[in-house]
Design a binder for this molecule. Structure first.
Ligand SMILES: [Zn+2]
Length: 183
């Protein structure tokens, strides 16, 4: 296994449409292994072959439930919507708010060339849709309604958390005072 270089967003490779895999060879298997290793080395949730400079319809996803390898993936079912901030290993330091389905079903081949269905909800649905977009040269920034610097986003989350704690403390105070008045 080996780490592969991740192409960054100004690389025209990321804008090209990937071709279907017509036969699974040793180089396909090596690519899958390398993509998983590269994904883990970057603490990412998903990686598509064009991100490592290979214009083939292959993605790997791991949202914490183990690696899912998809060859020639096709979205066959989607339901619901969710709006979440997502990032991309090819676009460091920022995240964007994107509307995605809440649940998806993907048809794909596994590394043995057998057809299977992968289902994903919540973050898995986001990861599948994000990676499938890469195979058509689409980046999440094409779809995002808001794009924020990760530092800014983290600061906002901390502020929200602080605000939540203050509200909680006020609620508790009110309850305690209410109890006192009744006596
Ligand atoms: Zn990406």
């Amino acid at each position: 296994m080996a780490l592969r270089n991740i192409r960054l967003s100004n690389d025209e490779m990321l804008r090209k449409k990937s071709k279907p895999v017509t036969g699974i060879t040793q180089s396909t298997l090596t690519l899958l292994d390398d993509m998983a290793e590269t994904l883990y080395s970057q603490n990412g949730l998903g990686l598509a072959a064009p991100q490592v400079g290979v214009l083939r319809r292959i993605v790997v996803v791991d949202v914490g439930e183990g690696i899912v390898e998809l060859i020639n993936p096709e979205l066959v079912e989607a339901e619901g919507t969710q709006n979440c901030y997502e990032g991309c290993l090819s676009i460091p330091d920022v995240s964007g708010l994107v509307e995605r389905p809440l649940r998806v079903k993907i048809k794909a081949l596994n590394r043995n060339g057998e057809e299977f269905f992968a289902e994903g909800a919540d973050i898995a649905a986001i990861a599948f849709c994000h990676e499938l977009d890469h195979l058509d040269g689409i980046l999440y920034t094409d779809k995002a309604t808001v794009i924020k610097n990760n530092e800014e986003l983290e600061r906002e989350e901390q502020e929200n958390e602080a605000r939540r704690k203050i509200m909680q403390a006020r609620r508790e105070r009110r309850q305690a005072n209410g109890g006192g008045n009744r006596q």
